[in-house]
Write a protein that binds this ligand. Sequence first.
Ligand code: ADP
Length: 594
Amino acid sequence: MPKRPTLLWKLYPSYLVVALLSFCLMAWHVSSQLADYCNDRAVNDLKTQALLVEKLVGERFFKDSSSQIDTMLKEMGSKISSRITVALASGAVLGDSQMNAARMDSLKGRPEIKEAMEGRVGISTRMSLTMDARMIFVAVPVKRGDAVTGIVRAALPSASSDALLWTNDPLFWVILFFLPGICCFYWSRRLSCAIGEFRAAARKFSEIDLGYRVDERGTSEFSELTDAMNTMAAELNFRLSTVTRQRNELEAVLSGMMEAVMVVDTDERIVRINRAAEQLFRIQQDRVKGKTIQEAIRHTDLHRFVTGALVCADPLEGDIVIIGDPDIFLQARGATLRDDQGRVTSALIVLNDVTRLKTLEMIRRDFVANVSHELKTPITSIKGFLETLKEGAIKDPENAERFLDISIRHTDRLNAIIEDLLSLSRIERDAERGEVALESRPVNEVLDAVAKACGEKARGKTINLEFRVKDGIVADINPTLLEQALVNLVDNAVKYSEPGKTVVVTAEDHPGEVVIKVKDQGCGISKDHITRIFERFYRVDKARSRKVGGTGLGLAIVKHIVHAHGGRILVESSPAKGSVFSIHLPSGQKTDAT
Ligand code: ADP
């Protein structure tokens, strides 16, 4: 781009030309006015002088004493600056204050002389051949009676010829160029600086430096412009900060949202996505912004949904599944965004991760199926035996008693399952409501109760049950629930151990937690099952569990109780060697109690 001249160099020459022209015109006008004034004064002076001389020479004039007149005029001429000439009516010069009268031509043809000859005061401004200068001549008639007998003429160099003399003075030219030059430069610069300041302000505003303010200027136009620009900047600043605040709020809302949000334009190009969407699709906004949804995310169902959302007038809903490990279930909602003229500009897609809900729903369905199945087995058996009895077996006392024993066993099993289910739902409900009352109590008390509850069963199976507990271990516990959990663990340890084996229960005080372990030398659990044994109704060996009277709910109850205590449960096990179940509880205060 060619460099444009600055305002200063545009303004300055034109200002200078105008100023010089004005200055010259003014100088010329003043000079001519001055010259006119001087000439008028000179005419008056000359007239007075001529009249005075006429009076002085009057009598001599008529006595024809021309030599006296010339002498007198020469004398006078040495004292005054004007030239006085006395001539006869014929034009012959009698005397002259500055020139040799004898050598002078007749004055007859001179305009002022002609006029004076007619009895009036003759005035003429013209070049004097004798003086070689422009002169003002004033001639008065010398009368005897009515007849003009002579002329007295006074002359001075004309002021108009001197009017432009001052142009010869170098000072004039210095002043002529220097003064307007300086003044024009000053004013051009002032204007250019003022405009420059507005330009700088406009540039600052365009760079979003809206705190910048233009300084107040003298003239009303500049002052108004300054006010307007400063007000505009303040208004822009306010609006920008409002927009920024709203954008930050929107950013915060979007990034704080659990739902994945994305905005796509009508070409299905990504305009923005939030953090949840970045995490969900493992993409980054910076990289996918401006790309089509097909380029950025490989998911046909999502592409179809986005296309549908852009063309659908009403909000669109749908389900999308991202196949993976694990599968992610999304509930999608899409709506179009429009501009102020109602044209569709983009679509807002909100994806809600409902995987947890789906999982919970699945767990609930499985649970209902499991419960039904668990209840159905004993009920079917009981019904079968009762029908057999009714059909005649009741009359066979030996079989009848056996059938009744089996039915009672199944009823006990039903009862156990229902008891466990009830206790599980009670613990869950209390834990959810925060109604599990914890108190700082010695763990020993609970273990004593467990020893009493499980001792008989262990002895019945010749299992050696040992408790190795240090005194004074205290934890925040619900003694009844913790006892129930430990009874379940010890009961399992006894159930799944062969006679003659040992089950050891230990309690240790670790920094920040109390660890209670139930260790057996039983059948152990393989790795594949360990992750699932805390699920409801999950059993490694269903037949064995049923045989030993298990409901499949014991460990689920233990897990919920431990969680209600704010603790965790861990399992270490190896098949055929045994298992260790450890309950880690947050430790309470130590007491002296044992
Ligand atoms: P159950 O009433 O069947 O014992 P649990 O929930 O108490 O149900 O246990 C779930 C499953 O975990 C059991 O069926 C069993 O297979 C396994 N299990 C639990 N405790 C032990 C243990 N100490 N040794 C070996 N297997 C165990």
